[in-house]
Design a binder for this molecule. Structure first.
Ligand SMILES: Nc1ncnc2c1ncn2[C@@H]1O[C@H](COP(=O)(O)OP(=O)(O)OP(=O)(O)O)[C@@H](O)[C@H]1O
Ligand SMILES: [Mg+2]
Length: 284
């Protein structure tokens, strides 16, 4: 199993009065080659969970299997560099971590750090900028002169330039406008489908889960309370109610129509397609 949590517990500040058990015996296997959403209320342990994937945090107890590695409490930071090459972690507001004078230097930083030659790092950086939708003509600009959305794409390019197999994003659309969020989510779909990255996305946005993700993991109070396909998840009304999940408008609308006698085909997950399907049913 390439990515799995086995009875993983994590306690912040152990042995102090501030000690806090943020993960409690989490068992979870992530499907490779898919986009998995990690959802759950604030403070439920989502960020703590994903920081285990590149060993930024090491389990207090239990073990994490990532590709060919087993991470436990006992691993030394030095042994973990190769793992960071394979798992790229993008924090919330990654643009705050841009620090080089130019966009190009920022994106080259990762590959150079992993021993790639200057020439190869530059080549990769230019290619990656194109992949994330940034015009390479701004490569020599200062990141400070760019828009928030551009900065975020550049920060993501910096991780992608390392060419990780697994890409982990913690609330990647936070603070972006709806159009910016949409194109960001489309980028992750492209990275998954075209570049075969396994993608994990921490999000609070149920529309994103519905429209862009294959599987969903729900965290609650430091535990994984459910893990299933997105389709199964949004079909399980009882569970959604129990977990207090805000169901996307398109599904709520579809359900009301079904109650009123208009049942529409399965698989409609956006309002535009729903509107077309309704229009097709209304006789002039
Ligand atoms: N450095 C820390 N020291 C002590 N407690 C922490 C630390 N970081 C997080 N916690 C606590 O651990 C719990 C889980 O935090 P975590 O950041 O993983 O939650 P989250 O699900 O990502 O929440 P959000 O949706 O708000 O980002 C929270 O109760 C939080 O207060
Ligand atoms: Mg978080």
């Amino acid at each position: 199993m390439p990515i799995a949590f086995e009875k993983v517990s994590y306690t912040y500040a152990p042995g102090t009065p501030f000690s806090y058990a943020a993960l409690k015996e989490v068992d979870l296997a992530i499907e490779m080659g898919k986009i998995t959403a990690i959802i759950g209320p604030t403070g439920s342990g989502k960020s703590t969970l994903v920081q285990h994937l590149n060993a930024l945090l090491q389990p207090s107890d239990g073990q994490v299997l990532v590709l060919d590695r087993i991470i436990t409490h006992a691993d030394k930071p030095k042994q973990l560099k190769s793992l960071r090459k394979n798992v790229g972690l993008v924090f919330q507001f990654p643009e705050y971590q841009l620090f080089e004078e130019t966009v190009l230097k920022d994106v080259m930083f990762g590959p150079l750090n992993f021993g790639v030659s200057e020439e190869e790092a530059k080549k990769r950086a230019m290619e990656t900028l194109t992949v994330v939708g940034i015009d390479p003509s701004i490569a020599e600009k200062s990141p400070l002169d760019l828009s928030g959305g551009q900065k975020r794409r550049i920060a993501i390019a910096g991780i992608l330039a390392i060419d990780p197999k697994v890409l982990v994003l913690d609330e990647p659309t936070a603070g972006l406008d709806p159009q910016g969020s949409k194109s960001m989510m489309q980028l992750f779909t492209q990275l998954n489908r075209q570049y075969e990255k396994t993608v994990l996305i921490v999000t609070h946005d149920m529309e994103h889960v519905l429209n862009y993700c294959d599987n969903v993991v729900v965290m609650q109070d430091g535990k994984c309370v459910t893990h299933q396909t997105v389709k199964e998840f949004f079909n399980d009304g009882k569970l959604l109610h129990e977990l207090n999940i805000k169901v996307p408008n398109v599904l709520r609308f579809k359900e009301s129509l079904a109650k009123g006698g208009m049942s529409l085909p399965e698989g409609i997950s956006d309002l535009q397609t729903l509107a077309k399907a309704i229009a097709g049913r209304i006789k002039p």
